[in-house]
Design a protein around this ligand. Structure first.
Ligand SMILES: *[C@@H]1O[C@H](CO)[C@@H](O)[C@H](O)[C@H]1NC(C)=O
Ligand SMILES: *[C@@H]1O[C@H](CO)[C@@H](O)[C@H](O)[C@H]1NC(C)=O
Ligand SMILES: *[C@@H]1O[C@H](CO)[C@@H](O)[C@H](O)[C@H]1NC(C)=O
Ligand SMILES: *[C@@H]1O[C@H](CO)[C@@H](O)[C@H](O)[C@H]1NC(C)=O
Ligand SMILES: *[C@@H]1O[C@H](CO)[C@@H](O)[C@H](O)[C@H]1NC(C)=O
Ligand SMILES: *[C@@H]1O[C@H](CO)[C@@H](O)[C@H](O)[C@H]1NC(C)=O
Ligand SMILES: *[C@@H]1O[C@H](CO)[C@@H](O)[C@H](O)[C@H]1NC(C)=O
Ligand SMILES: *[C@@H]1O[C@H](CO)[C@@H](O)[C@H](O)[C@H]1NC(C)=O
Length: 330
């Protein structure tokens, strides 16, 4: 006589599926009598148990619509951060005979066993795959395939929330303090951490040991790293890292540290140019003043002056100017 598997939950209030499990367990020895070497029929009780255990998880339902004329595979990105029951539906519309269409499901590249359902309603074929996603290994791509003359594929990509920081480098000055911010949409990570990257190595920022950094966030969906008394060594990459129940996500931010002289440089350049220009003007002025004072050169100078004043008198004085010009050339 075989020992019954010890019933696990007689003390706890047994939910209905658990009772079913007990019944199945009780019935087991009689099935196995004929095949003592056969592995125990575990898959059904396990599934029943899993469904009982995870029935309180939220339900996510997603669908993809395909037709015989689709040229590219249809993809849907789904963000998931906590364990969930997931229902995936693919619908396929064709003018051909739906009974000749083969349906398969794959997780990444691995064929999924036939625990999916198919139904045909009119000219539409539906296939439903349900899965309880409880760990990071179950994240990834789930695809449905409809095989007719041409294969049609619909893919559901499961990912943990993405983090968003600034995509432009943050510019600061030596001695200042700054705040780096990372956010994610509708998320609440279990944990936020910050790293600085020294070359290719990520070094966790130790907030306790170093009063240079303060990590703070007003909401669960964001984290703020305050860096104080910035020096040139603080320049580089920083990473924010979020841990979710179903995986991890990170984002790189860049900090550029400038010394105060750098922004002043173009300004100083302009000042130098202005000084040079003023100097040249002054020199010219001095030169012309000198010339004015020399009486010997007065003749030539006077004539130039006259020309100038004639110009300002306009066309009427053209005649006089001609005459004057003639006298100059003689
Ligand atoms: C498919 O999903 C969309 C939203 O993503 C929803 O509006 C629609 O009702 C769904 N269709 C079916 C057949 O479940
Ligand atoms: C899904 O995400 C991938 C990579 O993150 C991106 O290339 C693709 O365009 C996304 N697809 C849709 C439909 O948003
Ligand atoms: C087939 O599956 C679709 C999607 O789950 C559902 O809306 C429809 O009622 C089902 N039809 C039958 C006949 O079961
Ligand atoms: C569908 O599958 C069956 C058996 O696996 C195969 O004989 C048949 O050729 C397949 N049909 C198509 C359209 O690939
Ligand atoms: C973060 O959470 C707060 C409060 O729950 C909300 O007001 C804000 O819109 C959220 N931000 C993002 C990016 O999800
Ligand atoms: C959060 O991260 C810190 C540092 O890496 C670690 O000590 C702590 O245990 C983590 N907490 C959770 C809930 O993962
Ligand atoms: C970064 O690396 C340099 C040399 O590789 C080292 O001197 C410096 O202390 C490192 N900084 C941190 C914060 O680890
Ligand atoms: C964290 O941020 C809140 C709101 O911005 C602020 O009131 C609080 O003082 C900050 N804590 C630290 C340690 O900086």
């Amino acid at each position: 006589m075989r020992a019954l598997p010890s019933p696990r939950g007689p003390l706890a209030p047994a939910p209905l599926p658990l009772l079913l499990l007990c019944l199945l367990a009780a019935a087991r020895p009689s099935w196995e009598d004929g095949h003592p070497s056969a592995s125990p029929v575990t898959s059904l009780p396990v599934r029943v148990e899993m469904m009982a255990k995870y029935s309180n998880l939220p339900l996510e339902s997603h669908n993809i619509s395909l037709t015989e004329h689709s040229d590219v595979p249809v993809e849907k990105n789904i963000t998931l951060q906590r364990p969930s029951n997931v229902e995936l539906i693919c619908q396929f519309t064709t003018s051909g005979d739906l009974n000749l269409v083969n349906v398969t499901w794959k997780k990444d590249d691995e064929l999924l066993e036939s625990n999916y359902m198919i139904n045909i309603t009119g000219s539409i074929m539906y296939t439903l795959y349900t899965v309880t996603i409880i760990n990071s290994k179950q994240m990834g791509s789930y695809s449905c395939f409809f095989e007719e003359e041409k294969e049609q594929r619909g893919t559901f990509n499961f990912k943990v929330p993405e983090l968003h920081g600034k995509n432009k480098p943050l510019i600061t000055y030596v001695g200042d303090s700054t705040v780096l911010i990372c956010k994610c949409q509708d998320c609440s990570p279990l944990n936020w951490t910050w790293y600085s990257s020294n070359g290719s190595v990520q070094v966790p920022l130790d907030v306790q040991m170093n009063d240079k950094y303060v990590i703070n966030g007003t909401n669960a969906n964001e984290t703020r790293l305050k860096i104080m008394r910035i020096s040139e060594e603080d320049q580089g990459s920083y990473w924010c890292h979020a841990v979710f129940q179903l995986g991890e996500s990170e984002e790189r931010l860049q900090l550029v540290v400038l010394s105060y002289l750098v922004p002043l440089k173009p300004f100083l350049g302009i000042i130098a140019e202005v000084v040079l220009l003023v100097a040249i003007i002054l020199l010219c002025e001095m030169y012309t003043q000198k010339k004015k004072k020399q009486p010997d050169d007065g003749k030539e100078f006077k004539q130039m002056e006259q020309l100038k004043s004639d110009d300002s008198n306009g066309i009427e004085n053209n005649a006089t100017r001609h005459r004057k010009n003639e006298s100059v050339s003689q």
